[in-house]
Design a binder for this molecule. Structure first.
Ligand SMILES: C[S@@+](CC[C@H](N)C(=O)[O-])C[C@H]1O[C@@H](n2cnc3c(N)ncnc32)[C@H](O)[C@@H]1O
Length: 302
């Protein structure tokens, strides 16, 4: 008799007690990536490193984490365009908290330059990865108990505008969404939960019937799509495909042509940026309410 394929994954925390600490990227690795960019742009970046404004430093990829720096600044600008004074930014999958604390620091800097305030929210089980459900969760890469968190230590470091929501995404996401104030709509979410099954529950954040809980074009960063075994048939990308198939007026698409807008074009994070198109947002239904557009007249001489 064929075995239930999911039985393989019904393990508790990893049976292996060895711990593998993921090494940080070395300076040599970072400079190696920059070395592939044109020399004159690297020299210009040195100038902006010393004399640049915060926004220009983000433009030159000098503020880290670069993906969060770009998205946080963009979310604030988009919120301001919509007349909002506050915007919500989210990290799904917090682990030790490096990403969330980075997001909080960026929110502080971006608030200073844009005047837009932030609500920062981090979602996590608090005890590391749950068990994978099946092959779509990539048990080849991730397992139960990976990425534990020291909740107490992390909470002590979080600023007043940041919240850590602990529990299974299946429950914490709908609870959070129910109380989300449209005056601080979602402008950016980073998805770093590794599993397909977790990503499905995280993306429910974009399914509230009230479109005003979102900016018209929130940014979505997908972390776990870069390894050779990641594909549209598993992991976070599969969750995105299913989200698009089941939501008529909400569609997630790659941030097309972002590369052409960036100064440094080789950075990997550019390919990890997506946008949620909120087609039922009020701004998508206001044709005729803006001044007519026209090109400046061309001087045609005969
Ligand atoms: C790779 S780690 C996140 C790393 C973090 N973003 C950083 O930059 O350091 C993935 C995290 O997702 C969380 N996670 C995965 N599935 C989850 C679920 N169903 N509910 C809540 N948290 C989940 C795990 O607890 C784990 O801490």
């Amino acid at each position: 008799m064929a075995k239930d394929p999911t039985a393989l994954y019904e393990q508790g925390a990893s049976a292996n007690s060895e711990v593998f600490v993921i090494p940080r990227r070395t300076w040599i690795e970072r400079y190696a990536e920059r070395a592939t960019e044109p020399l004159h742009l690297n020299l210009l970046a040195l100038f902006f490193q010393v004399f640049g404004t915060f926004s220009s430093k983000v433009g030159f990829d000098l503020v880290r984490p670069r993906k969060y720096a770009f998205a946080t600044l963009e979310a604030a600008r988009n919120a301001r365009d919509q007349g909002k004074r506050k915007v919500t930014i989210i990290e799904f999958g917090v682990a030790a908290g490096g990403g969330l604390l980075g997001m909080c620091a960026l929110a502080r800097s971006v608030a200073e330059v844009t005047g837009v305030e932030f609500e920062v929210v981090g979602f996590d089980t608090g005890v590391g990865m749950p068990s994978p459900v099946d092959f779509r969760d990539h048990p080849d890469l991730y397992q139960a108990g990976d990425f534990p968190m020291d909740q107490q230590a992390l909470r002590k470091k979080l600023p007043a505008n940041a919240r850590l929501l602990i529990g299974e995404l299946e429950y914490t996401v709908p609870n959070f969404l129910a109380e989300l104030n449209p005056e601080a709509p979602i402008g950016f979410a980073a998805l770093d939960v590794d599993y397909y099954s977790s990503a499905v529950n995280a993306l429910r954040i974009f399914a509230d019937p009230n479109p005003s809980k979102y900016l018209p074009l929130p940014i979505l960063y997908l972390d776990d799509i870069v390894l050779p075994s990641h594909s549209r048939f598993s992991g976070e990308l599969l969750a995105v495909e299913e989200f698009n198939a089941t939501h008529e007026y909400r569609k997630i698409d790659q941030h097309r042509f972002l590369r052409s807008q960036r100064i440094f074009k080789q950075a990997r994070w550019i390919d990890q940026m997506f946008l949620l198109h909120v087609f039922d947002h009020p701004v998508m239904r206001t044709a005729g309410s803006r001044p007519r557009k026209m090109y400046s007249p061309v001087d045609v001489r005969s």
